[in-house]
Every structure is written in C-alpha cells, then in structure tokens.
Design a protein around this ligand. Structure first.
Ligand code: DX5
Ligand code: ZN
Length: 220
C-alpha cells in the first residue's frame, strides 16, 4: 500500500498559490487536495473549476478534487475537463451514488466516496467494490483548522476491516485536523492518504511537507 500526502490548498496563501503548491510538490506531496464547497452541502464557499484549471499547469501532482457540494454528478464532467484526476463525492449529497460513481469513471477519473463524521461506515459497504478511494472525514466538512474528531480512528479501522474482508485494494484518505502530532494514529488505524491544510500551509509548506513525508515513508 502506498502512503500519500495530499496538501489541501484551502489553507494556502492565495496571493502566492503557485509558489506554495510548488514547495509541496518539490518535497514529495504526490496529490493536491482541492476542497470544493458550495455553501449548500456545507456552510461555506471555497473555489471551483476556474481555480483548478489555472493551477493544473502549475504542478504535476495528482489533482484530487473533494466535492463538498449538493448533487455533485452535475459537475463531474466539468471538474474532469478542468484537470481533476480523482473526484470524491459525499454519499450524503448524492441522489444516486451508483450513477455518480459511474459518471466519474465515464469521464476517465478515479472515484472517491466520502462520509461525514455523523454517517456510519456501514453505509459505505455496498460501494467499496466500485470506488478507488474512501474519504473518512475527521472533521465536520466546511472549514480548515478544526480539531480532529477522535472517534474517527475507530471508523478508519472499521473501514479498513471491511476493505480487507472484501479483499479489495481501496485507498483510505482522511481529511481534517491532521497534524504531525496525530498523523501516526491515523496511519496506524489504516489510512494511507493524508489530507492536511493548516498543518502544511500554516507555516513553511516545504518544511511541513518534508516532515509529513518522513513519517509516511516510515510506514512504507
Ligand atoms: C473540509 C476540508 C478541510 C481541509 C483540511 O472542511 O476538507 O478538512 O481539507 O483542513 P485542516 O487540515 O486545516 O484541518
Ligand atoms: Zn477535503
């Protein structure tokens, strides 16, 4: 299993976004996590396709779009055209989860399925064989800089157990409140893709990415 760092640009300094992204790429972050918020599914608004399009040419990182939006199937193709390689949707936001996952695949992208803290992992079970990645939210989506919800660790363990029981190769991404001091607990629970916004961009992105990568490498 590959261990991957996915810095969330939600917390980046948008005055120098290209430079900040480059610092994470140079120091080993393979993904770039792109938190899209519509003010409906979550109580905040972030950014969309034009920003993704403009940064596409600035990096070779995998563009990992996390759609915290109502009825995301409406925008899957547009995010693919803007440069997303992975599109993750929220189970709670889809009228038809199967159709949404199929749309992501039809557009040639990898599919992720996410659940909020209040959604039980058992709701994921029937989709595990259809997706490439599961995103376990460890905060209530909508804002960076929140505190990690400790109950998420049991949920990550349960999801990893389900994936093993079905003998699948599905990545587990965790997003929200992850810092250098608690990332090992998240990895020990079974996650292999780490999203961090404040912990990377709330300081020196190069140094922070390097320190995260050192820990992730020790799990390889
Ligand atoms: C959902 C967002 C945030 C962000 C990470 O609100 O998905 O979780 O990516 O934020 P930090 O790492 O600052 O908690
Ligand atoms: Zn996210």
């Amino acid at each position: 299993m590959k261990y991957i760092m996915a810095p969330s640009i939600l917390s980046a300094d948008f005055k120098v976004l290209g430079e900040q992204i480059r610092l994470t790429e140079e120091n080993g972050a393979e993904y770039l996590h792109f938190d899209v918020m519509d003010g409906m599914f979550v109580p905040s608004i972030s950014f969309g396709m034009p920003v993704l399009k403009s940064i596409r040419s600035a990096t070779n990182q995998i563009m990992d779009a996390h759609l915290m939006i109502e009825e995301p199937v409406r925008y899957v193709e547009a995010f693919g055209k803007a440069g997303a390689e992975i599109v993750t949707v929220h189970l709670e936001a889809c009228e038809n989860v199967d159709a949404t996952i199929e749309k992501i695949r039809e557009c040639g992208m990898r599919a992720g399925l996410s659940i909020c803290p209040e959604t039980g992992e058992e709701k994921l079970e029937r989709y595990l064989s259809k997706v490439d990645m599961v995103l376990v939210m460890s905060v209530h989506p909508g804002f960076g800089g929140q505190k990690f919800i400790p109950e998420s660790l049991d949920k990550i363990r349960a999801v990893r157990r389900m994936i093993c029981e079905q003998e699948l190769e599905v990545d587990i991404q965790v997003d929200g409140g992850i810092y250098l001091h608690n990332v090992r607990e998240v990895l020990d629970a079974g996650a292999n893709i780490i999203v961090a916004g404040s912990a990377v961009f709330g300081g020196d992105p190069a140094e922070n990415t390097r320190e995260f990568m050192e820990i992730l490498k020790s799990y390889e």
